[in-house]
Design a protein around this ligand. Structure first.
Ligand code: NAD
Length: 358
C-alpha cells in the first residue's frame, strides 16, 4: 500500500497508524496541515473493506478539513481519524479509550470530534484520557435550553445564511419571501433549515427517504412533499441537498430545475468536473464545505468561552465568504469550487509561521 505516493496524499504532514491489542483498536490519524493551528477533525468508525480504503478515506477527509477550517476563518488546521470496524459490532468503551490514548500521544496536534459511527458518549470516553476532544460540552441554545454536542443547529444556520447570500447574488433578492426552495433530506440539519426558510416566507418542497419524517416536516413548515426523484427537476430557485454526497452527478446535473445549489450535504459533487457542468448551465453552486461549516465553527468555539451569539456571528461570515467566492468566480470566469479552493489555499499557505520561514 503506497502512502507518500498515494493519490490522496497531498503533502500530508503526518499520518499515524494506531494499534492497541487489548481493545482491538486499529485506527489511522491523518494530519493534513497545521499552518493555521492544530488539526481538528472527526473520528469516523466504519467497517472498511480494506486498510487501503480506510487510508484513502482518512486522507481525503483530512485534506477537506484544512480547506473547511481555513475558509471558516478558524485558526485551525485539518485532520481526521478513522477507526476500522463496525460501530454496531466492534465498538466498546475500551476501544474508544484506546483511541483517546492515541490522540493524546499527538500532544494536541490533532483535536478529535464526533463523526459517522461515533457519538458524544464515545468522545466523552476519549476525553477521560485526553483533553484534545471537542463537541462534548453542554451549550446554551438560542431558545434558552441546553444541548450537548450536536452541531446541527449551527450547520443549519450557516446553510440558511449561505442561501440568503446565493439568492441575493443570483436573483438580486434581499429577502426570501416567495423564493422557491427544494430541500432534499430533512434530518437534523434539513429540518432546522426548512423551519428557518419557512419563517422567512420561502415556499418549500421537501423529500426524504423516510416518508413519515417528510410528512411530519411538511405539516410543520407547510411544504409540499415530493418523491426522491422528482426533487431534482422541480421548477424552483434553490435546490438544497441535505442528505448524502454525490447528488450532483452525470444523471442529475442536466435535470436540475433550480438556478442555485446550496445545501448542507458533504461532497455534493460526484466529481470535480461537475462544478463546471453546473456553471455551464448557469447554476450557481455554493461550495459544500464553505456553506456547511457552521458545525465546525460550533465545535471549534467550544475551546474558547462558548457563547451562542459568538458562534452565530462567526457563522454569519459564511455569507460574506460565499459572496466573495461568487464574485471572484464571475470575474475570473472560473467555477465556484475552484475559487473556494484557491481562497482556502491563500489562507493556509500564507499562515504567519510559513511567512516567517519563507
Ligand atoms: P441526518 O442523518 O440527520 O439526516 C439526513 C436525512 O436525509 C435523513 O432524514 C435521511 O432519511 C435522508 N435521506 C437519506 N438519503 C436520502 C435520499 N436519497 N433522498 C432524500 N433523503 C435522504 O444527517 P444531518 O446531520 O442532517 O446531515 C445531513 C448532511 O449534511 C450529511 O451529508 C452530513 O454529512 C452533512 N453535514 C452535517 C453537519 C451537521 O452538523 N450535522 C455538518 C456538516 C455537514
Amino acid at each position: 500500500m503506497d502512502v507518500f505516493s498515494h493519490r490522496e496524499f497531498d503533502g500530508h504532514e503526518q499520518i499515524v497508524f494506531c494499534h492497541d491489542a487489548a481493545s482491538g483498536l486499529r485506527a489511522i490519524i491523518a494530519i493534513h496541515n497545521t499552518a493555521l493551528g492544530p488539526a481538528l477533525g472527526g473520528v469516523r468508525m466504519w467497517p472498511y473493506a480494506s486498510e487501503g480504503e480506510a487510508l484513502a478515506d482518512v486522507l481525503r477527509l483530512s485534506r477537506g478539513m484544512t480547506y473547511k477550517s481555513a475558509l471558516a476563518g478558524l485558526d485551525l488546521g485539518g485532520g481526521k481519524s478513522v477507526i476500522i470496524g463496525d460501530p454496531a459490532r466492534h465498538k466498546t468503551r475500551e476501544l474508544m479509550v484506546a483511541m483517546g490514548v492515541a490522540v493524546n500521544r499527538l500532544g494536541g496536534r490533532y483535536i478529535a470530534a464526533e463523526d459517522s459511527g461515533t457519538t458524544v458518549e464515545d468522545l466523552k470516553a476519549m476525553h477521560g484520557v485526553t483533553p484534545h476532544v471537542v463537541g462534548i460540552a453542554d451549550k446554551p441554545t438560542a431558545q434558552g435550553g441546553i444541548r450537548t454536542g450536536d452541531p446541527s443547529p449551527a450547520t443549519a444556520y450557516g446553510v440558511y445564511v449561505g442561501i440568503v447570500a446565493a439568492v441575493a447574488h443570483r436573483l438580486g433578492r434581499s429577502d426570501l419571501k416567495g423564493v422557491r426552495v427544494a430541500v432534499q433530506g430533512v434530518g437534523s440539519v434539513g429540518f432546522k433549515l426548512a423551519k428557518r426558510l419557512a419563517a422567512q416566507g420561502a415556499k418549500l418542497w421537501v423529500t426524504d427517504l423516510d416518508e413519515d419524517r417528510a410528512r411530519l416536516v411538511c405539516d410543520e413548515v407547510n411544504a409540499e412533499r415530493v418523491t426522491l426523484d422528482e426533487v431534482f427537476a422541480l421548477d424552483v430557485d434553490v435546490f438544497a441537498p441535505c442528505a448524502m454526497g454525490a447528488v450532483i452527478n452525470d444523471t442529475t446535473v442536466g435535470q436540475l430545475g433550480a438556478s442555485v445549489v446550496a445545501g448542507a450535504a458533504n461532497n455534493q459533487l460526484a466529481e470535480a468536473r461537475h462544478a463546471d457542468a453546473l456553471a455551464q448551465r448557469g447554476i450557481l453552486y455554493a461550495p459544500d464545505y464553505v456553506i456547511n461549516a457552521g458545525g465546525v465553527i460550533d465545535v471549534a468555539l467550544e475551546r474558547e468561552s462558548f457563547d451562542v451569539d459568538a458562534v452565530n456571528q462567526r457563522v454569519e461570515r459564511i455569507g460574506a465568504t460565499l459572496t466573495e467566492i461568487f464574485e471572484r468566480a464571475e470575474r475570473d470566469g472560473r467555477n465556484t469550487s475552484e475559487v473556494a479552493d484557491q481562497l482556502a489555499r491563500e489562507r493556509f499557505q500564507c499562515a504567519p509561521h510559513l511567512r516567517k520561514s519563507a
